[in-house]
Design a protein around this ligand. Structure first.
Ligand SMILES: Cc1cc2nc3c(=O)[nH]c(=O)nc-3n(C[C@H](O)[C@H](O)[C@H](O)COP(=O)(O)OP(=O)(O)OC[C@H]3O[C@@H](n4cnc5c(N)ncnc54)[C@H](O)[C@@H]3O)c2cc1C
Length: 417
C-alpha cells in the first residue's frame, strides 16, 4: 500500500488507536474532533484481554496497567435474598486472563499521550457532519457544510451517534434502548468493596447497582470506584423530582455498603446519565469511508466489550491496509476479519441485556433460578469466562495480533509481581 492521506473522525479509543497504528505504518494521519480540548466522557471501563492485547501491540501495556485495577471476577447477587446469581471468574478458562478496570480518562490519556509523542496532528473544535466519496478521494464536511478535509481515506471513529455515513450508500440500523444508567467516579478510601471484582446487586431486572474498582488517572493517586445505577431513561426526571435523599435511601435499602459512595454525591450533576443504543453499519465501509468502533457497531455495555471491540477494529483495519495493495480490497478484508467476532458479541449483548435491564419479571426469574444454576455446571464456567473476556472466537489472528502471555507479561510489570 502506498502512503495514504488519512482523516480520522473522532478522538475516542478507536480514533486514537487507529491513528497510532496507521501513522506508525507510514501513513499521513490527522484526527478531527468536535471538542475544543479532547476529553473523555463517562466513568469506568472494563478492559478485556482483547483490548489489552491491542494496547500491548501499541507498546502501552505497562502504562495502562500502572493506572488500572486488575479484575478477576464478575459477581452479582439478588439484593433482596442475597443469593449469588452471577459469578464469572476469568480463570475458569485457561490462559491466565484477567480484566483491567480503568477510568475513561486513564485510557484516553494513555492513547492521547502516545498520539502526541508520535506527532500526530489533532484538529479540535470541528463538528463533523458527513463524509462524501468523490472518485478516489474522501472529503469531510462540518455541520456548516464547509469542507474541512480531503483525503485518500476517511475513518469514522466518531461513535454511536455518528452521521458521517449519511453521505454514502450505507445506512446504520439504530435502536435506542429504554434503559440507561447514572454513573459516577467516586473515592474508594474507607469503603468496603471487593477490589478484584465488578460487583452488582439486582432486584429482578428493573434494579441493577454496580461497583467497579476503576484505578486512577495519575499513578500517584488513590484508586477510585465507578458506581452505577440502572434506570429507564424515561424515568430520569421523575427520579430527580423525588429528590436525591429518596434515591439514596432506595440504594441504601438494597445495598448498605454503598453509603460511603452515596455520601460523596451532593448534587445530580455529579451523576452522568449514559444512554445506550444498538447500532450496526453493514458493511462497515462505503467508497472511501470506513467505520471503526461504536460508529460501526455499538451495544449496551452489559458485556463490557465496546471499547475493546473498538481497539480490535483499529488493529484489524491497520493490518488489512498493510496487507493489501489497494484500498477497496483492504476495506473488504477488514470487514471480513471483524465480521464474525462483531456479530457474535452484538448478538450476545442483545441476548444478555434483558436479563439485567428490562421490565420482565419472567426473564429475571429465569436468570435467578435457571441460568445461575446452569452457569455452575461445566463447561459453562469456562464458556462464560470466554464470553466476558471477548475470546469466545479468536479475535486476535484476523486482526494480525498475538495474544499476550498473561501470566508472564503481568509478572514482568514492575511492582505487580
Ligand atoms: C456507561 C457506559 C459504560 C461502558 N462500559 C464499557 C466497558 O466496561 N468496557 C468496554 O469495553 N466498553 C464499555 N462501554 C462502551 C465504550 O464506551 C464504547 O464502546 C467506546 O467508547 C467506543 O469507542 P469509540 O472510539 O468508537 O467512540 P467514542 O468513545 O464515543 O468516541 C467518539 C469520539 O468522536 C467524537 N465525535 C463524536 N461526534 C463527532 C462529530 N460529529 N465530529 C467530530 N468528533 C465527533 C467524540 O467527541 C469522541 O471523542 C461503555 C459505554 C457506556 C456508555
Amino acid at each position: 500500500m502506498k502512503q495514504l492521506d488519512i482523516g480520522v473522525a473522532g478522538a475516542g479509543p478507536a480514533g486514537l488507536a487507529v491513528a497510532l497504528f496507521l501513522s506508525r505504518a507510514g501513513h499521513r494521519v490527522e484526527i478531527l474532533e468536535r471538542f475544543a480540548t479532547p476529553a473523555p466522557v463517562g466513568s469506568g471501563l472494563l478492559m478485556q484481554p482483547t483490548g489489552l492485547t491491542v494496547l500491548s501491540a501499541l507498546g502501552l501495556f505497562d502504562s495502562i496497567h500502572g493506572l488500572g485495577s486488575r479484575i478477576d471476577r464478575l459477581h452479582g447477587a439478588d439484593a433482596v435474598s442475597g443469593r449469588t446469581v452471577l459469578d464469572v471468574r476469568y480463570d475458569a478458562a485457561p490462559g491466565g486472563r484477567y480484566g483491567l478496570a480503568v477510568q475513561r480518562a486513564a485510557l484516553f490519556n494513555t492513547l492521547h499521550d502516545a498520539v502526541a509523542a508520535d506527532g500526530i496532528r489533532i484538529r479540535t473544535g470541528i463538528e463533523l457532519a458527513v463524509s462524501e466519496t468523490r472518485g478516489d478521494r474522501a472529503v469531510l464536511k462540518d455541520t456548516q457544510g464547509e469542507m474541512v478535509g480531503d483525503y485518500d481515506l476517511v475513518i469514522d471513529a466518531s461513535g454511536a451517534r455518528s452521521s458521517l455515513v449519511s453521505g454514502s450508500g450505507s445506512a446504520p440500523t439504530v435502536r435506542n434502548l429504554a434503559y440507561g444508567a447514572f454513573w459516577a467516579t467516586l473515592d474508594g478510601q474507607g469503603a468496603a468493596y471487593d477490589k478484584t471484582a465488578l460487583s452488582q446487586r439486582y432486584d429482578k431486572a428493573k434494579v441493577m447497582i454496580g461497583l467497579l474498582p476503576a484505578g486512577r488517572v495519575q499513578v500517584h493517586e488513590a484508586e477510585r470506584v465507578a458506581f452505577f445505577w440502572s434506570l429507564k431513561v424515561a424515568d430520569v426526571e421523575a427520579v430527580k423530582a423525588a429528590g436525591l435523599d429518596r434515591w439514596k435511601a432506595i440504594i441504601r435499602n438494597y445495598w448498605p455498603d454503598c453509603m460511603p459512595f452515596l455520601d460523596q454525591i451532593g448534587d445530580w450533576d455529579q451523576l452522568t446519565l449514559a444512554r445506550y443504543a444498538h447500532r450496526t453499519v453493514l458493511p462497515p465501509f462505503s467508497g472511501r469511508l470506513v467505520c471503526v468502533g461504536d460508529s460501526a457497531h455499538s451495544t449496551s455495555p452489559q458485556l463490557g466489550q465496546g471499547a475493546n471491540m473498538a481497539l480490535l477494529d483499529a488493529a484489524a483495519l491497520s493490518h488489512a491496509l498493510a496487507n493489501h495493495a489497494d484500498i477497496a480490497s483492504a476495506l473488504a478484508a477488514y470487514a471480513r476479519a471483524r465480521r464474525n467476532h462483531v456479530r457474535l458479541f452484538q448478538l450476545l449483548s442483545l441476548a444478555f441485556t434483558p436479563f439485567y435491564q428490562s421490565d420482565s419479571n419472567a426473564i429475571a426469574w429465569v436468570r435467578d433460578r435457571l441460568v445461575s444454576t446452569i452457569a455452575r455446571v461445566p463447561p459453562m464456567p469456562g464458556l462464560l469466562a470466554s464470553i466476558v473476556a471477548g475470546t469466545l472466537i479468536d479475535p486476535f489472528g484476523p486482526a494480525g495480533l498475538t495474544e499476550c502471555e498473561w501470566r508472564r507479561d503481568y509478572s514482568l510489570l514492575s511492582g505487580m509481581a
